[in-house]
Ligand binder design. Structure first.
Ligand SMILES: N[C@@H](CCC(=O)N[C@@H](CS)C(=O)NCC(=O)O)C(=O)O
Length: 243
């Protein structure tokens, strides 16, 4: 990577939605600066207040290049992937809709620990969270992952049927998040999604991604952000609703 024409802005203390953008940058060998990790979260605020040139983004992550401001995670990844040759032709919209579905899964995973309001503490909504997490573990994880497994099967191991795209890497990251947040539930369904598990090998075998994953830049999941492990929200899945 040489100069950094793209500037990523995302909360520096969590991998969060910024991670899907980082993975797309690394998959595409696209240079970027991770501004808020270098300069602090205050670097984000002028954009959110509309004090910087370009369209005002609603929320991080956003990516700035000159006066272009891209936001909405899936949109950012899709624009980068098209522009830098990760997808083309009819593959591009196919990847878009798959990645948007990954982001739906991520939003639902977040809502298990904050089912009432993001602004409330987990402890203040724990009862509702336990109910939401039970349904998520039993109904939604299987429905989403069965769906992606079927696309991987149709594609012979990748979602689009050729080399890794940002949609594959996005799915991989969401799966990693589920393994972190719901280790007991995921272990109880370990044999159900062999192709999603195989994606892990493909991602780790990708030279640029492997280098990124081994670096300090790759932030581990933690107790904030989308994928959090609360023991009270995790349990073995013994019966699942199927799609
Ligand atoms: N749909 C948006 C969601 C963006 C979002 O919720 N960003 C979070 C951090 S992951 C945030 O800072 N939200 C502030 C807010 O919604 O007020 C996306 O995919 O980028």
């Amino acid at each position: 990577m040489t100069e950094a024409p793209y500037a990523l802005y995302y909360w520096p203390s969590i991998p969060g939605r910024g991670e899907w953008v980082r993975l797309t940058f690394h998959l595409g060998g696209i240079a970027y600066a991770d501004v808020a990790r270098d300069e602090g979260a205050q670097a984000i605020m002028p954009f959110l207040k509309g004090e910087r040139p370009g369209a005002r983004p609603f929320a991080p992550p956003f990516v700035v290049r000159g006066e272009e401001v891209l936001w909405q995670t899936a949109n950012i990844c899709d624009v980068l992937a098209r522009r830098h040759g990760l997808v083309s032709g009819t593959d591009a919209p196919r990847a878009d809709q798959l990645l948007m579905t990954v982001m739906d899964l991520a939003a639902e995973a977040h809502d298990t620990h904050h089912p009432i309001a993001t602004g409330l503490y987990f402890e203040d909504q724990q009862e509702a969270a336990e109910e939401a997490a039970t349904a998520f573990r039993q109904e939604r994880i299987p429905k989403f992952l069965d769906f992606f497994e079927s696309h991987l099967e149709a594609g012979g191991g990748t979602l689009l049927g050729h080399e890794l795209s940002h949609a594959d890497v996005g799915l991989w990251h969401a799966h990693q998040g589920l393994l972190h947040a719901f280790p007991i539930a995921m272990a109880s369904m370990v044999d159900r999604w062999p192709r999603i598990r195989a994606l892990d090998e493909a991602v780790r075998a990708h030279e640029a991604l492997a280098a990124y994953l081994a670096s300090d830049e790759r932030m581990p999941f933690n107790s904030d952000g989308i994928f959090r492990h609360y023991p009270a929200l995790d349990a073995e899945v013994t019966s699942t609703g199927t799609s």
